[in-house]
Design a protein around this ligand. Structure first.
Ligand code: C5P
Length: 409
């Protein structure tokens, strides 16, 4: 039986050309046994007719605050829903929702519901990249709204760029994930993300290409699965405000923040790309280029993962990452032992679409199973970083102490 069976889902459709793909999403949800109530905005009906949804959905199609016999359709729909999905979500819909304006049935439903909300934006690249749209989305994310980001590809009118609605299969998978039980409830999870910056002088630093996307995805997924999450990060990316953020810049600042946050954590994930070397003595003033090429003497940074491995309390699960360009397995195995980690997630960052800056990743996960005194190796094919995050947390959850009780319970 599908995890969607019997779920009451409001499917909001706003007015973009991608509305035709909402028909496919509706059909798949109904096939999986969900009770689907389509709510169409006025503009969406210029793209797809009400009849199409009436033929496919299991519940009546609704289009207006005024066409029902019930006097309060705007609260009834949202109150009865297990999930509200908006597919596609136009720039107007995101803006109206973020501003808290309820000027049609869909926006009224979004404000009236206590159910989780998943929005699937789709629009032209220029609109998608507009700071107003990105700010609205960041605001919605911070309030706990879930987002299936659009893809790059061919848009209406033949242009190519970011803003195309995610594939219906990806949207269905994201909807299914919304119903996975909160298996990390009662867990304290600490995640690091982003690359550290090691000062050469007040304006220059040694850094790396890490975007923080993978670490942020792990924090967001742990939050969605019910954990209390602390994110120690060097980057500014939108994230749910229920996650405690600690902003740091250098390896030393990250070490201090991680050691403090990890002391009573059930799970610690070092996804950050920590610089391995830093200048011994950063200059107090900007180094002038007319004074000759400076000789910057480097020293190793503290190895945070190894330090966490040394003080790891009993029952805590410690996950490290390994960004490699060759000999992936050998290097990852070495790190698993050397750093005292339970899990190493290793990726070959020289492969296409893998690792730094991309939205996708491909990893092998090495798991030390204490009772069997052996290492399991799981191959995870190229996938969205959110999916990789879910697999990493599945592995961590499988290492939960046998009494099934999280340390912070
Ligand atoms: O040794 P290497 O840098 O390849 O190890 C990778 C893992 O160790 C990652 O999880 C990274 O976050 C962590 N690391 C660390 N402190 C360092 C260097 C790496 O915690 N100074």
């Amino acid at each position: 039986m599908s995890i969607l069976s019997g779920r009451r889902i409001v499917l909001g459709v706003s007015g973009g050309i991608a509305a035709y793909k909402a028909v496919e999403v509706c059909r798949r949800l109904v096939d999986a046994g969900a009770h689907v109530s389509p709510v169409l905005t006025e503009a969406s009906r210029h793209f797809v007719g009400e009849t199409t949804f009436s033929a496919l959905a299991s519940e009546p199609v609704q289009t207006s605050l005024w066409d029902e016999t019930s006097p309060i359709p705007h609260t009834k729909l949202g109150q009865g829903a297990d999930l509200v999905v908006v597919c596609p979500a136009t720039a107007r819909l995101l803006g109206t929702y973020a501003a808290g304006i309820a000027n049609d049935l869909l926006t009224a439903t979004l404000l009236a519901t206590r159910a989780p909300v998943l929005v699937c934006p789709a629009m032209h690249t220029e609109m998608w990249e507009h700071p107003a749209v990105q700010d609205n989305l960041a605001l919605l994310l911070s309030r706990g709204v879930h987002v299936v980001a659009p893809e790059e590809g061919r848009l209406a009118g033949g242009d190519i760029g970011a803003g195309r609605l995610a594939d219906p299969a990806v949207i269905i998978e994201a909807i299914e994930r919304m119903f996975v039980p909160p298996d990390l409830q009662g867990w304290k999870v600490v995640v690091s993300s982003g690359g550290t910056r090691e000062a050469i002088d007040p304006v220059r630093f040694i850094g790396n290409r890490s975007s923080g996307k993978q670490g942020h995805a792990i924090a967001a997924e742990a939050d969605r699965r019910g954990a209390k999450v602390t994110l120690v990060t060097t980057v500014d990316r939108p994230i749910n405000q229920s996650i405690i953020q600690v902003r740091v810049e250098s390896a030393e600042q990250m070490r201090q923040a991680m050691m403090a946050a990890a002391a009573d954590a059930d799970l610690v994930v070092m996804a950050a790309a920590v610089a391995d070397f830093r200048p011994v003595a950063p200059a107090a003033d900007k180094i002038k280029k007319d004074r000759g090429v400076p000789q910057v003497i480097l020293e190793p940074t503290p190895d945070i993962l190894a330090a966490l491995g040394v003080v790891k309390p009993a029952g805590q699960i410690l996950v490290g990452f390994a960004a490699e360009t060759s000999d992936l397995r050998e290097n990852a195995l070495g790190k698993l032992t050397r750093k005292g980690a339970d899990v190493i997630v290793a990726n070959d960052v020289s492969a296409p679409l893998v690792g730094f800056e991309h939205d996708t990743n491909q990893v092998i996960i090495l798991v030390r199973r204490a009772e069997a005194d052996e290492v399991d190796i799981i191959d995870v094919p190229l996938d969205d970083k959110r999916r990789i995050a879910a697999v990493v947390l599945d592995v961590a959850a499988s290492l939960r102490p046998t009494d099934g009780v999280a340390r912070s319970n």
